[in-house]
Design a protein around this ligand. Structure first.
Ligand code: ADP
Length: 528
């Protein structure tokens, strides 16, 4: 059934894996879209602003030129009293202007300096961009210069009109002429300015802006593509490794190191460490399950053996019956004990989570445990020496766990004692640590075994230890507990002479004790 589930899930997983390929490429796509849009919008805004400013400046220059022509013409025509006509307009014009009208070259510089028409006007009118027309009150052209005759605007409310023509923008400036004497309108002046410089400037500005924008957008896009892909590449590598490990948790693939020392390399390193740790946990869990099943197999086999013996012959034989029942009960008891120890071992690994702020007075616990054990083991002499331990010595540990540690060590001392039935328990302090020693005078442990006794289910002599009710878990539990509380456990032993187990814990200062008490209070109020 589980097999079927597995096979039916495989293609799904594959599909999922393929689907997971897309997000990294979509990052590139999204990133590129954002970059392109930002650059395009920025360049468009920048170009519009530059174009507008340049255009405004160019136009105001051209308006000045046109206005100057209109006002100078106006100045000389206001002296005419009646309606403007060829007969009165032409004499009012300078010789230079008349030459221009006839199509001759303008008189410039000193020659025209004394004339009513300034050099500016002459040179403006000689400017091929400027066309001037003077109209009478009947809207007939009285005279005109330039290539085209600018028409009289239909609406004469505004003085300046911009018009688009085939060669670009044309500026029409209009003014009515009032006689100085009568104050009546005598005619109209219209100046058309083709603004070829301005039109040329604006066309090339536009062309360059388009070229620069396209080049900038392209180069930014190419550069950011390389940047984005170089950022996404390690992410893709991490995702690939994650997928492979997801498919096969035992796989030893890892993210390859790179020369870059950045956040992504940090992420890759942490990811590799996490994978190593995860695989170590899986391995430990596997070992634990196999150890446990192996340990449970023996008592189950013993009980099974007795039950089948009873089934075959024992029911009628009270001796076999009694023997089998008491043996089975003994094994069941051993199993219960084993299960309790396994639970203790598992719990000992989660101390930091369960009892993070517990503080215990060492001498109090030692005195109590030793007097309790003394009652149970009447045939043993348990000697407690606390001379070197200040009464107020406190360490960070849950009281029950310190008791459990002492019970494990004293029990072992008793279990593995030979002729001399004595256990010495002593405690003392150094600068920063408290040291607790449990000494027995029993069989001792060889150097080779000393290195292994803290391993789960390790027993020096399996058969004999079993007889004594040992499961090989006591010291493993002790080690887990001690390291969880930042302590140390060690052994010194000589075969045939006895062993000495040493526990070391950091002593808490008064400040640390009150800080832990505060934290504990806070935790209790939070949980209540
Ligand atoms: P057990 O429950 O079997 O005693 P432990 O983990 O406490 O398991 O001990 C592991 C092994 O270490 C024991 O089986 C025993 O062989 C050895 N051992 C532990 N304590 C002592 C001791 N005080 N003297 C001699 N051998 C010991």
């Amino acid at each position: 059934m589980s097999n079927n589930q597995h096979t039916s899930q495989a293609p799904k997983n594959k599909k999922k894996a393929n689907r997971q390929e897309t997000p990294s490429s979509s990052i590139v796509f999204r990133w590129m879209t954002v970059v392109m849009m930002t650059i395009t919008v920025s360049f468009v805004i920048f170009s519009i602003v530059v174009y507008k400013i340049t255009s405004r400046q160019g136009l105001s220059q051209q308006e000045d030129v046109s206005s100057k022509v209109v006002s100078t013409l106006d100045d000389s025509l206001t002296s005419i009293r009646g309606e403007l006509q060829i007969a009165n307009v032409v004499p009012a014009l300078s010789p230079s202007m008349r030459r221009l009208l006839r199509g001759g070259p303008a008189i410039t510089g000193a020659k025209s300096g004394s004339n009513a028409f300034s050099d500016d006007l002459v040179s403006s009118i000689s400017n091929p961009d400027i066309s001037v027309a003077v109209y009478n009150l009947h809207h007939e052209v009285v005279f005109a210069t330039g290539n085209t005759t600018p028409p009289l605007p239909a609406k004469r409310s505004s003085a300046k009109v911009l018009q688009r023509s085939s060669s670009g923008m044309v500026l029409h400036t209009y003014s009515s002429v009032q006689s100085n004497d009568t104050g009546n309108t005598t005619g109209y002046i219209v100046v058309a300015n083709n603004m070829s410089d301005y039109n040329h400037l604006m066309t090339s500005l536009l062309r360059w802006m388009v070229i620069i924008s396209i080049v900038a957008i392209l180069s930014f896009t190419i550069v950011s593509y390389f940047v984005v892909t170089s950022v996404v590449k390690p992410i893709k590598a991490i995702a690939k490794v994650a997928r492979q490990v997801n498919q096969d948790p035992n796989s030893d693939v890892r993210i390859k190191g790179s020369r870059r020392h950045d956040e992504l390399q940090d992420l890759a390193d942490s990811f590799n460490q996490m994978l190593d740790r995860m695989q170590r946990y899986i391995e430990q869990q596997k070992e634990f399950v196999s150890d446990v099943s192996h340990e449970l197999r023996t008592p189950v086999a013993v009980i099974e053996g007795h039950l089948s013996m009873l089934e075959r012959w024992g029911k009628e034989d009270p001796e076999i019956l009694n023997e089998s029942i008491s043996a089975s009960l003994q094994e069941a008891d051993r199993m219960k004990h084993l299960i309790q120890e396994m639970l203790d071992l598992t719990r000992a690994e989660q101390i930091n989570v369960s009892y993070p702020y517990e503080v215990t007075n060492v001498s109090e616990v030692l005195s109590r445990v030793v007097s309790d054990l003394d009652l149970v083991h009447k045939d043993f002499k348990l000697q407690l020496d606390l001379d070197d331990l200040p009464l107020a010595t406190q360490i960070q540990i849950y009281r029950d766990h310190l008791e459990q540690l002492l019970v494990i060590l004293v029990d072992n001392g008793i279990k593995y004692s030979t002729t001399r039935h004595q256990i010495n328990i002593s405690a003392g302090v150094t600068d920063k640590e408290v040291i607790i020693i449990v000494q027995d005078f029993g069989e001792g442990i060889s150097k080779v075994d000393q290195a292994k006794i803290f391993n789960r289910f390790y027993r020096v002599d399996k058969a004999r230890t079993r007889e004594k009710g040992g499961n090989g878990l006591g010291l493993a539990i002790a080690q887990k507990l001690v390291t969880s509380y930042h302590g140390k456990i060690g052994v010194e032993s000589a075969v045939g002479q006895g062993s000495q187990f040493k526990l070391t814990f950091p002593i808490l200062t008064d400040k640390e004790v009150s800080h832990l008490a505060e934290l504990k209070d806070r935790q209790t109020t939070k949980s209540s």
